[in-house]
Design a protein around this ligand. Sequence first.
Ligand code: FAD
Length: 471
Amino acid sequence: MDERAAVPVTLPRVNPTISYWQDPPDSEVADYLSSEQVPETADTIIIGSGITGSLVAWNILQSADHGSIIMLEARQACSGATGRNGGHTKAASYRSFHDNAYSLGTETAVKIARLEYDNIKAVHAFAREHNIDCDLYSGDTVDIVYDQQQWDNGVKSIEAMRKAMPELLNTVAKYTSWSKEEAREKFYVKGEECVGAISYEAGSLSAYKFVIGVLKMALKKGLELFTNTPATKVDKGEDGIWCVQTSRGVVRAKRVVLATNGYTAPLCEKFQGKIVPLRGQITAHRPGKTQPIGGLPTTYSFIYKNGYEYMIPRPQGSKYEGDIIMGGGLVMAKEEGLEEFGTTDDTTINEDISKYLTETTPRYFGSNWGKDHEDGRIRKQWTGIMGYSPDGFPFVGAVPREKNLWMAASFQGHGMVLCFMCARALVAMMSGDDEKLNSWFPEAFKVTEARLEKKFMGRLHTKPVDVEIRL
Ligand SMILES: Cc1cc2nc3c(=O)[nH]c(=O)nc-3n(C[C@H](O)[C@H](O)[C@H](O)COP(=O)(O)OP(=O)(O)OC[C@H]3O[C@@H](n4cnc5c(N)ncnc54)[C@H](O)[C@@H]3O)c2cc1C
């Protein structure tokens, strides 16, 4: 993994694979340019137009004295991880709670679980409040578990959550367990035999459409957007003003926000090996012939010994309703996916992962999948670049020893349940209003020198259940 973490991170590549969500791209915003050249100065420069950058812009724009805001995007609008993800707003907090409580204490583990839950609720509420048409589904999800150890870990972690947050038994800590027989009937998993299933509140949306909606609202409030405009260098002048070089000229500003996720290192060297790109892959399956009429009842994950897949049936009424979005399969690639770390190449797919993901639907659903659609099982497949940190948490706040350089990046495969609240927290910090954050924002997410010392070891694995935590 050391070698992979040391691969020099590049800027976003040209000609990425085309994701399901960006086909076609939004005709108004995808290639938006506020002007041919960037202005000479701005109050704030945001680099990156994914869910983080767009919501940082939106939050800044809520204050009366927001000043001028420029957003730079290397490719089309929202064409990083957000425009290429699964769109699962699924926290699965019980899968990390035990580990978080073990390494950071129960209080922080509760804060993280609450933030994830609140983030889901906030994204769904925001989409509804602003009428953003993004194929939103708010409802249950299920984890179909195929490995006894994973099942035991889950059960014990849920018990720990219930003890630690008795006042949240109907929200954050609400889980329902199902036997393997119940799982077969209720969730149609008539293929490979599972240990059991766990269901809870979650949702899904087109993150691309959501962000395009946010960007349109931000543009109306004065955001200046420059797509297809990579920021190539970020330097501080002697006067303390930041100078950002772009393909459309140089812009200077009092403050800069890096919302660059897996691509942060080329602009801020101290993140080389600390935010490591990881390529994720997704296949969109046309529904099998015996899939239940009216669609599947929830979104899914399939959890096995050393990995997982996540699956989102496209909701009724959406384009290609009933299609199955299936992502994951990392550990099925050569050396458990080692070569997917450190790469920013989302212009190609990994053939091993492609083959594996293609076979998942009939394997999990068995007779409830049936014959393939006459146009073939796979409608589309694509890749996208995530940003992974050594401790598995995002970096949110001021970049150490750099005045007025801010960041919110490294959201692993989990940004749909983190970025909304992290953007809110970052803007509070930038406004000097961060005292109120202590009650809900985990210190563990802030950017510290100590976190930058940590060594990147890959995706973190959950600790066995016999590792005791103090409640
Ligand atoms: C295949 C895949 C599936 C996923 N599925 C899920 C899921 O189902 N649920 C979930 O919670 N999370 C999922 N994730 C993770 C989630 O998508 C991310 O955590 C989240 O989108 C991060 O958002 P962001 O805005 O911080 O980063 P991004 O969306 O990556 O945005 C960063 C932007 O910065 C731009 N940029 C970078 N460098 C520069 C530069 N120098 N100049 C100009 N622009 C620049 C990039 O082009 C990009 O548009 C998935 C990710 C992938 C790749």
